[in-house]
Design a protein around this ligand. Structure first.
Ligand code: ADP
Ligand code: MG
Length: 702
């Protein structure tokens, strides 16, 4: 794209604190506004940022006989015949002629007014795909307009926008034109910065993207590598970086209890553990301990592959809060995981005279009351539980640290609610927060969506683990799998059998689990076969998990409820049915349930044939790698960041234009520019944030 001369001097940094009020959408009717809202368009400026997904070329008029086939083209002619026909179906058929040839235009849906409008002698311009039909060249349902011989053709490509029911392209095109004319498109960034980054101006970029000239290179527009696209993507990434940084800095203005590392209880626990911390665990712990000493809330993500030993690090962090007289809350996403934490923390901490209580929605009323009382009086040093922990009835006497395991499984509101539990009324004191995740975050994701958090990574597994061997087995070779299970259990090991995920129906999924359990009971009369699934009452779930941990159950049939956190070191065999239906991260998590002890473990992925090419490639990744980072990187590429972030729950707006894979250079630049702007040109930063996030400043992660 040629750079046009800058039409208007960009506002000087600091000249105006914010962008002028945006043109509103107020003049459109309610149904239109509802449809626009579905597209995420709430203000006129959102239309400016609602960019075309492709373009039609209506800038070139072709003669009928020379028009390209198989791609939409613009032709023009005079109607020579026009009739409503009934064979094979009611339809309006018009013949259009130019100097070079004849074309049939066919409408299966039409109004009677169109019959009149397209009377013989009328000159029409048609846009559509020409196909060779029974009666020669024809266009079905072309876009058409009545023209005069001297009506000019479009000078720019026609944008095709993402849309929704109730909003047609013509409407969107008109509204967008209006929005472009009415909105303030002045640059938010100084010219010298743009020159340095070799990016075009904002106004010219959006005008170009909405209405590119015919010469515009379509591939560069289509694959979004055009400078105008790069400018929009840069702006988006910059807004994201700015908002993350603003949030990060703002946290430093909130107070939190300073919890000095006294190293008494922590040392006691360390001495009691049957193992030494790995180097990576020790490093993560040091980072957390340093954060806890600060007078503002820690918000740290402790990230480590399954089995890397995050729990003990969390326990040591908890002790630092407890030895300073504060309480700790540990929230887990499932009952099973919560129970396990409760068992583990209780075992580790009770000998240190630390009282740990359990709180879940399924507790008997009396037990719940007792837990609540202990939490409120301060008799309990630590409360472990599920979502129940942040419900209203829970009042902490002195919460200093909230630990959230598998953080991406919780919604923003849930995490915020837990943190507010510890906020002292009327003050800005909040507890520290430690989030844990076994889903490794690829670097680009960490740099973008997680830029507002501090991150500690446990990047090594405890020693002495034998690697997990992964086998891919076709459904037809079930017998061999059965034999493997028998062998393993005879040798004193235990095994999991994970039932297929059935996304469409929970009922069907449950039924499959019940059927599988019945079948395996019959197959293995000599073994104790247990069953655990999401619908089981909590007490039964607990009983089953206990039996499995104790070794009373040898083969555990389970739905994906065991995906997170379950830790039974004696289990060395994992069978996953219909592995092709599961996400890579999920398979990796499931596989991580074995390989926790000293003996060699195996994960058998059973797949149903035939396997699609994509499914084959995905299974190959899990087969070839046991490195969570490699798998996550691949997942990011295939499924986008939404899945890795925990769908829409992250509370951070998704990037719409920038692609973390393709635009890593822009991401890195945006990060550096964001830091510089906030430090040296806060007004510019403010204006840019205002433009991109407008009223949506509640994006902040909590
Ligand atoms: P995750 O990071 O997946 O939550 P866990 O905290 O459940 O992993 O730890 C997995 C297993 O490894 C547990 O049985 C735990 O006691 C054990 N473990 C943790 N740290 C070490 C270590 N440094 N050396 C040996 N075993 C360890
Ligand atoms: Mg864990």
């Amino acid at each position: 794209m040629k750079r046009k001369a800058v039409k208007r001097a960009p506002a000087k940094p600091g000249a105006s604190a914010s962008v002028a009020p945006h043109a509103t959408l107020a003049r459109y009717g309610k149904p239109t506004l509802v449809a626009l809202a579905k597209l995420g368009i709430h203000r006129a400026f959102d239309l400016v940022l609602h960019l075309p997904m492709r373009y039609d070329d209506e800038t070139r008029l072709h003669s009928i006989s020379n028009a390209p086939e198989g791609t939409p083209a613009l032709v023009e002619g005079v109607v020579t015949d026009n009739a409503v026909k009934f064979r094979p179906k009611r339809q309006l058929v018009c013949t259009v002629e130019d100097a070079s040839g004849v074309l049939v235009m066919r409408f299966l849906n039409f109004y009677m007014s169109q019959v009149k409008q397209l009377a013989p002698g009328t000159r029409v311009r048609l846009f559509g795909e020409i196909r060779q039909g029974f009666f020669g060249a024809e266009m079905v349902h072309p876009r058409y307009r009545i023209v005069r011989e001297d009506t000019s053709v479009a000078t720019t490509l026609t944008p095709v926008y993402p849309t929704t029911a109730g909003l047609n392209q013509a409407n969107l095109q008109r509204m967008t034109r209006d929005a472009l004319a009415a909105s303030d498109l002045a640059d938010t960034l100084p010219v010298d910065l743009l020159a340095k980054l070799r990016l075009p101006g904002f106004r010219e970029s959006v005008n170009f993207l909405h209405h590119p000239p015919p010469v515009a290179e379509q591939p560069a527009l289509q694959n979004r590598s055009h400078p105008a696209w790069r400018r929009v993507k840069f702006d988006e990434l910059l807004a994201q970086q700015l908002s993350m940084r603003v949030h990060y800095d703002r946290r430093k203005t909130v107070g939190a209890p300073a919890l000095p590392a006294r190293q008494q209880a922590t040392r006691q626990l360390l001495n009691r553990l049957p193992f030494k911390l790995t180097r990576a665990q020790a490093k993560a712990l040091t980072e957390i301990q340093r954060d806890l000493e600060q007078r503002h809330p820690m918000q740290r993500l402790l990230q480590g592959d399954v089995g890397s030993g995050k729990t003990v690090v969390a326990a040591l962090a908890a002790l630092q809060a407890i030895e300073n007289g504060y309480q700790v809350a540990v929230m887990a996403p499932t009952e099973i995981l919560g129970e396990q934490h409760f068992a583990k923390f209780s075992a580790w901490l009770s000998e240190l005279d630390i009282r740990v209580v359990w709180l879940s929605g399924n507790l008997a009323r009396k037990d719940k009351r007792a837990s609540l009382d202990d939490i409120a009086s301060g008799a309990a040093h630590m409360a472990i539980g599920t979502h129940a922990l942040f419900q209203e009835a829970v009042v902490f006497s002195k919460l200093g640290l909230a630990i959230v395991d598998e953080q991406h499984r919780f919604g923003v509101r849930q995490r915020l609610a837990l943190r507010l539990k510890g906020a002292e009324p009327g003050s800005t004191i909040q507890p520290h927060q430690l989030m844990m995740s076994a889903t490794p975050i690829p670097r680009t994701l960490a740099m973008s969506y997680y830029a507002d958090l501090d991150v500690s990574v446990i990047d090594e597994l405890p020693p002495g683990r034998s690697p997990i061997a992964t086998r891919l087995v076709a459904d037809t070779r079930r017998d061999e799998v059965i034999q493997r299970i028998r062998d393993a259990c005879v040798e004193g090991s235990q095994a999991y059998w994970v039932c297929p995920l059935i996304e469409e129906s929970e009922v069907l999924q449950l039924q499959t689990a019940l059927d599988t359990h019945a079948r395996l009971l019959a197959t293995f009369p000599e073994l104790k076969v247990g069953l655990v699934h999401g619908r089981l009452p909590a007490a039964e779930k607990r009983a089953v998990m206990h039996s499995f941990s104790r070794g009373d159950i040898q083969l555990l049939v389970a739905t994906t409820v065991i995906e997170v956190g379950v830790d039974v070191p004696n289990a060395t065999l994992m069978v996953i049915e219909h592995a092709e239906r599961m996400g890579l991260a999920q398979l990796h998590q499931l596989r991580g349930r074995v390989g926790r002890g000293e003996s060699a473990s195996t994960c058998i992925l059973i797949y149903q044939q035939p396997l699609s090419q994509l499914a084959r490639e995905r299974l190959k990744i899990v087969y070839e790698s046991t490195d969570g980072f490699v798998i996550a990187q691949h997942d990011l590429r295939v499924r986008g960041p939404g899945e890795l972030l925990g769908a829409r729950q992250s509370g951070v707006p998704m990037l719409r234009y920038a692609d973390l894979d393709a635009d890593i250079d822009l991401l890195e630049t945006a990060r550096a520019v964001a830091a510089d702007l906030l430090h040296n040109h806060p007004a510019v930063a403010q204006r840019h944030l205002e433009r991109w996030l407008g009223g949506r400043q509640q994006y902040l992660r909590v």
